[in-house]
Design a protein around this ligand. Structure first.
Ligand SMILES: [Zn+2]
Ligand SMILES: [Zn+2]
Length: 326
């Protein structure tokens, strides 16, 4: 049995190759919490009404727990927290929604679920069934764009001042590299620029796990038996898989490469790249950097696939109803 290098008492559950030390679950939790709380201290403001985008997976569940603990430890900040799950309508999601509900009961946090079907008029389950085999995009690509837009619209409708997401260091570096590889500097800047400016229709995002490795989250959630789904979405496809493999190899060769890559991307986004102005989509009215938002560009393609017109504003009636009913 390997003993924790920090406390010298408990069994180690994780090796930090950037520092060359092994940590027990308690010491790993302290380390992760310190990094997460630093982000929350810097980016949350008094009276924030927080929506946590909570899939029930390991990352968003840990982000919710750490945000709740931060809120409890800082009562004078008067933070409120609601957990929101977007149900994409895939088989995979069912078990993680049950776990999201369970965790919220454990923490005493209000939990709301909205389906992609009710908001966007189609589910990823339907797409999986109907997408032709030679489709140039995977269900995963559509899912990410529709989910992000849905959570923003729901949070805005709820009067939230900030959306907390579970994105970890690995997720953010992968996304930044994908944006670079696609030549999409606007998306890169939008992902990484740190700002609390309220832009038209866009609720600012806070990512407490942005300096936390995915394997730290996985080790912590397993060792602490946190109520969360541990699997990876089986639909993940495309460029992300290749980029993940490459950056993981780079990290194995050069411990700390992911952190350094994130800091470089943040520097580029905050100090070098030009400001990105948001507009409203001409079709749905949601915030976007182009005339027609990505979701509507996708819906134009998918209307043919599903055999009905998907190009319309998001349906937020059910959100309003659930809010009135409390
Ligand atoms: Zn320890
Ligand atoms: Zn649109």
């Amino acid at each position: 049995m390997r003993i924790c290098d920090l406390c010298g008492a408990n069994e180690a559950v994780y090796t930090d190759y950037t520092k060359g030390i092994s940590l027990c679950a308690d010491c790993l939790m302290s380390s992760v919490k310190r990094r997460a709380w630093k982000v929350l201290e810097e980016e949350l403001i008094e009276g924030d009404r927080i929506v946590v985008a909570h899939s029930g997976g390991k990352d968003s569940s840990l982000a919710l727990i750490l945000t709740k603990e931060f809120s409890d430890a800082n009562p004078d900040m008067n933070l409120t927290i609601t957990s929101v799950t977007i149900d994409e309508g895939t088989f995979y999601r069912k078990s993680s929604i049950d776990l999201a509900e369970k965790l919220c009961r454990e923490l005493g946090i209000k939990h709301l679920t909205f389906t992609m079907e009710e908001i966007h008029g189609l589910s990823i389950g339907e797409l999986e069934d109907k997408l032709p085999r030679d489709s140039k995009r995977s269900a995963c690509t559509y899912c990410g764009v529709f989910r992000r837009q849905a959570i923003n619209a729901v949070a805005r409708e709820m009067g939230a001042t900030v959306v907390v997401t579970g994105h970890n260091l690995d997720d953010i570096v992968q996304t930044a590299l994908m944006n670079l590889a696609r030549g999409d500097i606007k998306a890169l800047v939008k992902t990484l620029r740190h700002e609390r400016r309220i832009e038209d229709g866009l609720v600012p995002r806070v990512r407490p796990l942005k300096y936390v490795y995915e394997k730290e989250v996985a080790a912590l959630v397993a060792a602490k038996r946190i109520t969360a789904h541990l699997g990876k979405c089986p639909l993940t496809q495309g460029m992300r898989i290749g980029i993940r493999r490459e950056i993981d190899e780079l990290e194995d060769l050069e411990a700390g490469a992911k952190i350094r890559a994130l800091r470089s991307f943040m520097l580029i986004s905050n100090e070098i790249a030009p400001d990105v102005k948001l507009k409203r989509c001409k079709v749905c009215g949601e915030p976007t950097t182009s005339d027609i938002c990505k979701a509507c560009q996708f819906k134009a393609e998918l209307s043919k696939v599903v055999g009905r017109d998907l190009l319309k504003p998001l349906n937020l009636d059910s959100v309003r109803e659930k809010l009135i009913r409390g």
